[in-house]
Design a protein around this ligand. Structure first.
Ligand SMILES: *Cc1c(COP(=O)(O)O)cnc(C)c1O
Length: 383
């Protein structure tokens, strides 16, 4: 039997041909493929600007810069995420003002965001933050491909004059009340690592409607070259966050297949859902009514407290089923504890989800028989 993988890209000959086509040109960077990819993204999302970069992390970092978030500034976000969404704040010596998540979805809880805006002192980390600092932005994450509850966040952002950076790195193609994920804040960021809905190998992309900030982020991804600068003129201290042509060509084909790729992932999630419905002690993800389209990124299940998640994970791996705890709370990473003095117990819902959850093998190319094999093994091992 072929080995079951944790994730797998969904590639066809069209992708292979597109990359090969680039290889037959002398332009391996800064050519038309990246522009085509960006244009296709604008057409898809309705965004005014799409800025391709070489990782989701790079995209988030440029948004932090464009939003003017700097040393000491506070940004409201959650510790139930991949580390990158918080790391980009630390890159600029800004401080994450963590609120806990909605236990049903793992997404940011707007009621706690309001409380953090009204009673900021209560939410400050034990160290590493200045109590007089200003809250500059909200950074919600569309966890597992389900959009955060954005309307109350948008209202709060208006009331308190905050920027919204939407981390949609897990949610390409998802919709919130019929609106596309990533388009709900001032900036949205997608990512294209091979386990994401579409891949460019490594890669990411920012969407925004703000002309001035789009120019700035394009300059910052390209060594600080502002519009009008020559090759060795650098208006800003910038980065090399450019996406190359091979990756862009790959991404454009992947994006053109999105309407085929997402339903395949949806089908695999349905097989899991149906098969796991009768397995006691295993809970599948709750989908909110506001999620008018889910874009499945990972398939995460939650085990009842009496099931030893870590022991089960080890047994599954020993039985050829790769699984992964997902997410490991960010505030309990060693460098976060050292910098901000976080302790276990600070964000109990995040910790509980982190303790009881497991990502199962998942991709759009998974077969029903493989889902069956995963579920059978889980069923057998938790008995
Ligand atoms: C994948 C991901 C990112 C970005 O990842 P890169 O590997 O830098 O592309 C950021 N935030 C979340 C929540 C992610 O899942």
């Amino acid at each position: 039997m072929p080995k079951i993988t944790m994730s797998s890209p969904d590639l066809t000959d069209a992708e292979r041909q597109a990359v090969a086509d680039v290889m037959n040109t002398p332009m391996l960077s800064m050519g038309h493929y990246v522009k085509d990819f960006e244009q296709a993204f604008c057409d898809l999302t309705g965004a005014k600007h799409a800025i391709a970069v070489n990782s989701g992390t790079a995209g988030l970092h440029l948004c932090v810069r464009a939003a003017g978030i700097g040393a000491g500034d506070l940004v409201i976000t959650t510790p139930f995420s991949f580390v990158a969404s918080s790391n980009v704040l630390l890159f600029e010596n800004a401080v994450p003002l963590y609120v806990d998540v909605d236990p049903k979805t793992g997404n940011i809880d707007p009621a706690q965001v309001r409380d953090a805006l009204e009673n900021t002192a209560k939410y400050l980390p034990r160290k590493g933050a200045n109590p007089d600092s200003k809250i500059k932005a909200l950074l919600p994450i569309d966890v597992f491909g389900q959009p955060a509850d954005m309307d109350p966040l948008i209202e709060l952002a208006e009331e308190y004059n905050l920027a919204i950076i939407e981390d949609s790195c897990e949610a390409l193609g998802a919709e919130y009340k019929g609106r596309p994920a990533g388009m709900l804040g001032d900036y949205g960021v997608f990512a294209f690592y091979p386990n994401k809905q579409i891949t460019t190998g490594e890669g990411g992309l920012i969407v925004t409607d703000n002309d001035e900030h789009a120019d700035y982020m394009r300059a910052m991804r390209n060594q600080g070259r502002a519009p009008g600068d020559t090759w060795l003129q650098h208006t800003h201290l910038g980065y090399n966050y450019r996406l190359d042509e091979m990756s862009s060509a790959l991404g454009a084909v992947q994006l053109s297949r999105l309407d085929e790729i997402l339903p395949k992932r949806e089908q695999v999630s349905k097989w899991y859902e149906e098969r796991l419905a009768n397995v006691p002690g295993v809970e599948t993800l709750h989908i909110e009514e506001n999620t008018t389209r889910m874009s499945w990124f990972v398939y995460v299940v939650r085990f009842a407290p009496e099931i030893d998640r870590d022991a089960l994970a080890q047994k599954l791996i020993a039985n050829g089923i790769p699984v992964r705890p997902y997410f490991a709370p960010i505030h309990l990473q060693p460098y976060m504890i050292e910098r901000f003095g976080f302790q276990r117990g600070d964000y109990p819902i995040t910790e509980d989800l982190g303790d009881r959850s497991l990502a199962l093998p998942f991709s759009g190319v998974m077969k029903e028989s493989e889902v069956e094999q995963v579920c059978q093994t889980i069923e057998k091992l938790i008995k």
